[in-house]
Design a binder for this molecule. Structure first.
Ligand SMILES: Nc1ncnc2c1ncn2[C@@H]1O[C@H](COP(=O)(O)OP(=O)(O)OP(=O)(O)O)[C@@H](O)[C@H]1O
Length: 265
């Protein structure tokens, strides 16, 4: 039996001016349906490269990735990506930005009314109904990121891919969005793969944490199962010995023989 989403012995190389650069080597990750998996590691180790492989944006030099047993060979709305920089179109409203993605996926299959409803539902899910008619320059960074998440969710992806989605936000906004993401994931039972630098974010949100060694030729060093019950409450967890233990285990990995880097601890 193969997993729902599988990165299978993937090696990814880039052509550079100095020759071939092997970013990641022999990476294998299995993700079950409905599971939340984080990828953590030092800056430049290849986290985004692995996520981009799953997104279909980067090909593997050997090995590959599969979703539902089918090889991933290019981008698809079934694997929606949320980036750190929300990349919203400035001339469209929040509604317009989400609707554009909905139209791309569902046009021809759903009526305009259905697509509008779908867009409004996605905005409601991230708590942005009140801002539906505002343009990106009229809303905060956290709200922009919520629009990015709404846009991804509105496409009803099989897998939600997130590349440091909250990296550019202040701590309180980030906490707020993490809580929203946990609620949304519990409700939709989404399968999520998220790249993060943040140890607390990884432990709070994940079912499992994939820890990557440093590059070049980075690979999976260790995988940690986070057996904390859900729903999770950040304040209660701060004093939970299991949480403290998991957090320490990730920190130990990152600071022991895997080099130094920019890790928020
Ligand atoms: N298109 C490319 N061409 C050449 N090298 C690349 C390319 N994309 C990534 N790399 C290199 O591959 C390595 C891994 O990059 P990647 O962005 O995946 O790391 P990361 O762990 O996500 O980093 P960060 O945490 O800083 O975002 C880096 O050394 C990067 O310079």
């Amino acid at each position: 039996m193969t997993a729902y989403l599988e990165v299978d012995h993937a090696t990814i190389e880039f052509k550079t001016r100095k020759g071939i650069y092997r970013a990641v080597q022999n990476v294998s990750i299995e993700v079950e349906q409905g599971e939340f998996v984080s990828i953590i590691g030092h800056s430049g180790c290849g986290k985004s490269t692995v996520l981009n492989l799953i997104a279909g944006l980067v090909p593997a030099s050997s090995g590959g990735a599969l979703l539902g047993g089918r090889e991933i060979s290019g981008p698809s709305p079934e694997r929606a990506v949320v980036f750190q920089n929300h990349s919203l179109l400035p001339w469209l409203t929040c509604f317009g930005n989400v609707y554009l993605a909905v139209e791309k996926v569902f046009s021809g299959h759903q009526s305009k009314t259905q697509m509008r409803e779908r867009t409004d539902e996605a905005l409601a899910l991230v708590g942005l109904t009140h801002a539906r008619d505002k343009r990106p320059n009229e809303i905060s960074g956290g709200m922009k990121q919520r629009v990015g998440i709404a846009r991804a969710l509105a496409m009803e992806p099989k897998v939600l891919l997130m590349d440091e989605p909250f990296g550019a936000l202040d701590a309180l906004t980030r906490a707020n969005l993490q809580d929203s993401l946990m609620e949304i994931q519990a409700r939709l039972k989404s399968t999520v793969v998220m790249v993060t630098h943040d140890v607390d974010e990884a432990v709070l949100l994940s079912d499992r944490i994939v820890m990557m060694t440093n590059g070049p030729a980075a690979t999976v060093g260790q995988i940690l199962s986070v057996d904390l019950p859900r729903p999770r409450n950040r304040l209660q967890l701060a004093e939970d010995t299991r949480y403290i233990h998991h957090r320490a285990e990730v920190l130990r990995f990152l600071h022991s023989g895997h080099g130094a880097g920019a890790i928020a601890a």
